[in-house]
Design a protein around this ligand. Structure first.
Ligand SMILES: [Zn+2]
Ligand SMILES: [Zn+2]
Length: 352
């Protein structure tokens, strides 16, 4: 299969980001990102879906939307909607109605930064997801670059230091978010995990310090969602959009933190005598099936079933023969800039 690197969840001047769609397109070409899913707050920007080209390099930008109820106090429940092709911000006051509307229109919905703590030094409040009774969403944003900053930066000057050394921020998805995901999976739910950067590239002035907080190019080389698709981008907009959204909906994807080492080439699959599957697929436990993950380079690898670690080793391959149903997934860690950091988080293979 073909692998497409998607950077998703970012903001432009249409909401609270500092760049234009063209700025994002250029940054994608520079960093080797194939697809951008741009999610301005409560506006589906029309007429900007297009390819950016530089020689043989091509990047596809698709406008999507991040929706929340702006009248709610306190602010909670941000939802990423991809591929609904219709303004849905009018449904914002009911997360369930919003999710159902996206579903009706053939769109995908992901709970944005499900756990998102406050950062008082910058006036940032806790905007976690709280409507956990909602159903019908495609998945959740397991790793959000901005939520993580809120947990690692201690106070105002700590945050300023991170603005100069942003590569020291990512350590992995928040533990609480991982637990929520594993709990949902253990209940038999299919929940696709994606990684988003929440890029704004905002200019901040703090006393003598003027800094663009995390330029788009920085974000595009950090937390990406890698999808497995039948082909490379074809250049046909409708066809490529459909291919990208189908791969995400099926969970044929993994989250890669691409700064320590490229995650391109990671693969987690199931192979039986008569059946085979990739991330997101459902496989029957009848008959022997072997799960195998191959990594592009050595790392600490963990095989996890319904939140419990079954195996852990150092290497570039891990295999397992499952003997009971469950959601099996892979995590990989590398040491980078003096710390152990999350590198790869796969979607599960569902053994039923
Ligand atoms: Zn948000
Ligand atoms: Zn956002």
């Amino acid at each position: 299969m073909n692998e497409l690197i998607i950077n998703l969840h970012m903001h432009t001047t249409y909401s609270d980001g500092s760049g234009t769609h063209a700025d994002l397109g250029r940054a994608a070409l520079k960093t080797g990102v194939d697809v951008l899913l741009v999610t301005d707050h409560n506006v589906l920007v029309q007429g900007v879906d297009s390819y950016y080209q530089d020689g043989k390099k091509r990047a596809l930008l698709i406008a999507c939307e991040e929706i929340h109820d702006q009248d709610r106090d306190p602010q909670k429940n941000h939802l990423l909607v991809f591929g609904a092709d219709q303004e849905l911000a009018t449904f914002a006051d009911s997360p369930q109605a919003l999710i159902s509307a996206a579903q009706r229109l053939g769109g995908l919905s992901f709970l944005a930064h499900p756990v998102d703590p406050a950062m008082p030094a910058f006036g940032e409040t806790d905007i976690s997801w709280v409507d956990w009774d909602a159903t019908g969403y495609t998945g959740l944003e397991l790793w959000n670059g901005f939520s993580e900053l809120k947990t690692v930066a201690k106070g105002k000057w700590g945050a300023v230091a991170y603005a100069f050394f942003p590569e020291t921020i990512p350590h992995g998805p928040l533990v609480k978010t991982m637990q929520i995901w594993d709990d949902l999976l253990a209940k038999g739910r299919r929940v696709v995990a994606i990684g988003g950067t929440d890029a704004h590239a905002q200019h901040k002035v703090m006393g003598p310090v003027h800094q663009t907080i995390f330029p788009y190019e920085y974000h595009f080389s950090t937390i990406n969602t890698h999808t497995l698709t039948p082909t490379a981008l074809t250049g046909e907009l409708a066809q490529d959009r459909k291919m990208v959204f189908e791969a995400l909906a099926a969970g044929h994807c993994f989250i890669g933190y691409d700064l320590p080492a490229p995650t391109r080439g990671f693969n987690f699959s199931a192979q039986g005598r008569d059946i085979s599957g990739i991330m997101g697929d459902e496989i029957s436990v009848q008959g022997t099936v072997t799960l195998q993950a191959k990594l592009p380079s050595r790392a600490e690898i963990k095989l996890i079933k319904d939140g419990k670690c079954l195996k852990s080793l150092l290497g570039d391959t891990i295999t397992h023969i499952p003997d009971e149903p469950g959601a099996y997934r892979i995590e990989a860690y590398k040491h980078f800039l003096g710390k152990r950091r999350g590198w790869i988080f796969s979607n599960p293979i569902y053994i039923r």
